[in-house]
Write a protein that binds this ligand. Sequence first.
Ligand SMILES: Nc1ncnc2c1ncn2[C@@H]1O[C@H](COP(=O)(O)OP(=O)(O)OP(=O)(O)O)[C@@H](O)[C@H]1O
Ligand SMILES: [Mg+2]
Length: 297
Amino acid sequence: MTTVAKLEARGITKYFEHESHRLQALGGVNLKVESGDFVCLVGPSGCGKSTFLRIVAGLEKPDGGQILFDGRPVTETGPTRIMVFQEGALFPWLTVRDNVEFGLKVSGVPREKRAEISERYLDMMQLTKFAGSYTHQLSTGMKQRVAIARALVMDPDVLLMDEPFAALDAQTRDLLLVETQLIWARTKKTIMFVTHNVAEAAVLGTKVAVFSNRPSVVKREIPNDFPRPRVPDDKELIDFQHEILRELRPEVRKEDDVGAAAGAAAEETTDAGAASAGKEDDADAGEKDKKKEGRTQ
Ligand SMILES: Nc1ncnc2c1ncn2[C@@H]1O[C@H](COP(=O)(O)OP(=O)(O)OP(=O)(O)O)[C@@H](O)[C@H]1O
Ligand SMILES: [Mg+2]
């Protein structure tokens, strides 16, 4: 008997109009995600990871290919697949509790039930004490936890996370890396998680999908069955991080080549060149952060 994947991307292509030319962001992305998988997506800047995640969420339509959810094609947003963005995108006029309960309220869940569910997730994210606070009274890390709680209360089958920890300091991020593993273990959610940080990918993922340069495809899927809980300092994970970087680096360099060859296409040269150089630094960020931490401890 063949099993049906929780989520499957089949030959996803996507083009954008970029000034006078057509840019192919996604070149036929194939990816199978089994129930309970924690898949980390890494790839050069601008290769189309966010675009891919938005397509999986149903927020954007592909030009070709299909997203299958439990074997059935999906084209629209739905409560089964919920996205958590880089900057939590919370409502500043609502308290933490009301932010967390927002989706439940919109779905018509009665007040008492909402309170019961939100309490559970506020506790899980260690936000109970701040339930009555407004978001401007929170740190960035706390806001991000509210955003994650707000997604989790909806009990989605699949959680789609686009660089949710990118704006956090190293200490807060390390805490959230541990918490995220615990939540994943407790809730058995299927998670797709975009990151530029290879240490993050190595700590979190059951597998890491490396995207190629545009037009992007999944170049390689690297399984990771290293025991949990994992922390970025785990020596054994360093080799795994290097394996990801070995796949990633040539793709980032290709981006530079594209920029140089484009010559006259100034926007490509500046955007792609600058961004990829920056992101290659990001790819090393895990190791740098660790050094930084070593100094502060
Ligand atoms: N709405 C849009 N209109 C035009 N071009 C777009 C649009 N959205 C994305 N693109 C282009 O598609 C490509 C992929 O963008 P996307 O944001 O998905 O990349 P990414 O891999 O998430 O990048 P990063 O790692 O920097 O977040 C980029 O070249 C971008 O300029
Ligand atoms: Mg992105």
